[in-house]
Design a protein around this ligand. Structure first.
Ligand SMILES: NC(=O)c1ccc[n+]([C@@H]2O[C@H](COP(=O)([O-])OP(=O)(O)OC[C@H]3O[C@@H](n4cnc5c(N)ncnc54)[C@H](OP(=O)(O)O)[C@@H]3O)[C@@H](O)[C@H]2O)c1
Length: 295
């Protein structure tokens, strides 16, 4: 079993939930070994290398011939993708293409971790069968990667805005960003016209582990049960943690960000049916703030 992209906030959730899953530890592939995984095998891999170069996903798939592969590594910063579309395409699409070619030979089942950002945000809600309609480079690269994975008979899991702790510099959940700002005396500016179905990383990890226990092809949506604006999310998180907070409510257009998808409400009836996924409410998605989660 191989996992790429283990060093982000999702990787932190997987590191917490893996030991209780009964699965053998994964081999982590990435640029650096994330300390929060403890002593598991880590090998150097860099997205963007050609399929025949040492250290690419394709190269490692050929060497390890794993039965299962979760592909979460990605250039996932929205702004970075806008600045450098070629790099975004190379990292998010081409690296996967090489992996899928080898996976066909080795019989590896691949789960591509994707995002609600493949949608334009104009729909009322998005079920697993909805057609991607990206409005920015990040979403377009993920949508293209999804096409490749699905055409190869593999699986795609779309995740919404993730909630989780700060796990490394610049790597944190959307809730941790708000809490850090409030705790340092700032007044966060939060959108009133951008809605998401946020999901805690521990719950997201449980969904991915559910897929590993019974890997099936096709698209799955793992998302929280509650649709919240960014402002509502900030208010509820701070209330739950007993933090006194004041926010500046603004519209996306006020920040020159009206191109960002407004309403990304993911619903996952297929995940509920096939993975026995139960969309958690916000309280359940904030479980990582309980002290035991940080042991
Ligand atoms: N965070 C969210 O709110 C969110 C929402 C929806 C979907 N997702 C998806 O979930 C996945 C994980 O996101 P995340 O937020 O946990 O992680 P992240 O902070 O975006 O980090 C990305 C991960 O990918 C790896 N990576 C990036 N560029 C790489 C490269 N050139 N070569 C090798 N590895 C590279 C990083 O490795 P290093 O640690 O070695 O740098 C890191 O482990 C991504 O596919 C993302 O699109 C995230």
């Amino acid at each position: 079993m191989v996992l790429t992209g283990a060093g982000g906030v999702l990787g932190w959730g997987l590191a917490r939930r893996w030991p209780g899953s009964g699965l053998a530890p994964p081999v982590l592939l990435g640029r650096r070994a994330p300390a929060f995984w403890g002593p598991v095998r880590h090998e150097a891999m860099e997205l963007g290398l050609g399929p025949r170069d040492r250290g690419s996903c394709a190269d490692w798939a050929r060497r390890l011939r794993p039965a299962l592969w979760i592909h979460a590594a990605s250039l996932s910063r929205w702004e970075a993708c806008e600045r450098d579309p070629l790099r975004a395409f190379t990292w998010n699409v081409e690296a996967l293409r090489g992996l899928l070619e080898v996976a066909r030979e080795t019989g590896t089942r691949v789960l591509l971790v994707s995002t609600d950002q493949v949608f334009d945000g104009r729909g009322r809600e998005y079920l697993e069968g909805a057609d991607p309609c990206p409005v920015h480079v990040y979403g377009a690269t993920k949508a293209r990667a999804e096409d490749l994975a699905l055409a190869a008979g593999q699986a795609v899991v779309r995740l919404p805005l993730l909630l989780g702790p700060s796990v490394a510099p610049g790597r944190r959940g959307a809730d941790a960003a708000v809490v850090e700002a409030v705790r340092s005396g700032r007044r966060p500016r939060l959108f009133v016209d951008e809605w998401r179905t946020p999901l805690g990383v521990l719950r997201a990890a449980e969904g991915l582990l559910g897929w590993l226990a019974d890997p099936q092809p096709g698209v799955f949506h793992l998302a929280g049960a509650e649709a919240l604006s960014r402002l509502e999310l900030g208010e509820k998180v701070c209330r739950r943690l007993g933090l006194r907070a004041s926010f500046e409510a603004l519209r996306r257009a006020d920040a020159g960000m009206e191109q960002r998808p407004a309403r990304l409400i993911l619903r996952g009836p297929r995940a509920v049916r096939l993975l026995r996924w139960k969309p958690p409410d916000l309280r359940q998605s904030l479980a990582h703030w309980e002290s035991r989660s940080h042991d």
